[in-house]
Design a protein around this ligand. Structure first.
Ligand SMILES: [Fe+2]
Length: 212
């Protein structure tokens, strides 16, 4: 998208320099270029796809609070916007997410740490949950996502945490080790907060969808 915008901008600039945009006033040309500049600045790369994994389960509840009373785990808030590759907000998305508990176990009997958010009019999402644990087959903390939205391609992806010991303090260098994480962009920084007496964490993960 960005390259395409650049090519169009270069084409327009060439046309203007060569006087090929005949009939277009100079002010119109300036506005045209400004529009392309704006489009280029807003353009976003699509969120990379990752595997669905074996623990997806249909029927998760539409709830933004996944925490379970008296369950151990560092409280975690995940939030983000739903955008398309033009940088425009996407309405009507359904965001499913699921992850393991602190010990690394998925709830396959029920729906603990599973949600399907119906955003309807909203174009961003937020859930309160806990930091997932590691499990032997995939010893990297992660949250699975399945996102659908009208007019957009479905997206299956995963969120990872830069603070995970798996990355040995350097996600840039170590994200691809063992082949468990496919895309650096899915490893997000973690804000650690210590409000009053209880520590908690927060992560921002925008979801960028491709148009149909
Ligand atoms: Fe998983």
């Amino acid at each position: 998208m960005i390259n395409q915008a650049l090519r169009r901008r270069e084409f327009l600039e060439t046309c203007i320099v060569r006087g090929l945009l005949v009939g277009a006033a100079a002010s119109s040309q300036v506005h045209l270029l400004a529009a392309w500049e704006e489009a280029r600045a807003k353009a976003r790369k699509p969120t990379p796809p990752e595997d669905l994994g074996p623990f997806y389960k249909k029927g998760a509840p539409n709830t933004a609070n996944l925490r379970v009373a008296r369950e151990p785990g560092l409280p975690l808030r995940i939030s983000g916007r739903i955008l398309d590759t033009r940088g425009d907000s996407v309405h009507g998305a359904r965001v499913e997410l699921w992850h393991a508990d602190q010990r690394g176990f998925y709830d396959v009997q029920g729906y603990r740490y599973r949600a399907k958010l119906a955003l309807d009019g909203a174009t961003d999402y937020q859930v309160e949950t806990i930091m997932p644990g590691h499990y032997p087959d995939r010893p990297v903390q992660h949250v699975h996502y399945l996102i659908t939205a009208p007019g957009c391609k479905p997206l299956i992806t995963q969120l990872y945490f830069a603070t995970d010991p798996f990355f040995e303090g350097d996600p840039e260098k170590n994200y691809a080790k063992s082949g468990l994480v496919l895309h650096r962009e899915c490893v997000r920084p973690v804000t650690l907060l210590d409000e009053n007496t209880s520590p908690r964490s927060a992560v921002a993960f925008d979801l960028i969808l491709e148009k149909d």
